[in-house]
Design a protein around this ligand. Sequence first.
Ligand code: ATP
Ligand code: MG
Length: 267
Amino acid sequence: MNIGIDAGGTLIKVACLKHGSLEFKKFPISQLEYVASWICGFDTAKICITGGKAALLKSSLNQEAAEIVEFEATCNGVRYLLAKNAISEDKFILTNVGTGTSIHHVDNSRQQRIGGTGVGGGTIMGLSQLLTGITDYEAIVALAVKGLRDRIDLKVSHIYAGAEPPIPGDLTASNFGNILPLVSTDQLTKEELLASVTGLVGETVATVSVLAAGQCGVSSIIFIGSSFIGNDLLKEVVQNYTKLRGALPLFIENGEYCGAIGALLYY
Ligand code: ATP
Ligand code: MG
């Protein structure tokens, strides 16, 4: 059996290849010791680890494990999933929305990390907790999808009210910029606040990705990372905003496991 592990800042993603079929599991990073003891049960497995917590996890294992650089692993995993799904993209921007966001230019077999932003899934968790006190990921996602952003976010069309804006009116002019001094913030619901947090993260991630696509002369952007797990609102914001800014957004099934798959492919 081959096991690929991507130990990131928030989640440990595991891909196992058993009798030709791939299986996936994920654990919170707080369960690192548990994951190490679980892996120790597979004493004949070929193990490869990637991600920011790879060295820490490796030091807790009592068997041999290879370690590879996270960006190489992620891009190899993406290529594997594209081929498996018969998607023929070979030049694209790859945006990994993890705890933070990492942006890569992939051109056939080459990849280059061209930048990133600290605005990512961790921002959703942190700002959501600060604004609403909620810390549970599923609860944040379930409430956000019910919220409207109109009372919190300022659109270009709000500023140009009654006039023709020079850019699409649906673009956000200012995230969190529409809170009037008259509206007391405790009138805002958790749903509205969480929807706007999701909007801020999705629009930032889409905007930097579209700028990267322009810089690299490509039009497709593949979005991966656990931040999209069960979060259709974030997907929708990223998708709409990417299209509005003239690029082509793509999401791949099991995209959050690209790093783990790439690690597994090491052997
Ligand atoms: P990085 O690559 O930046 O080191 P990571 O690999 O741990 O971090 P991902 O696993 O891709 O990052 O994504 C983490 C994000 O996924 C969280 O910030 C959160 O928004 C979201 N998420 C999805 N499911 C969960 C969950 N069960 N618990 C906590 N966060 C979750
Ligand atoms: Mg990661």
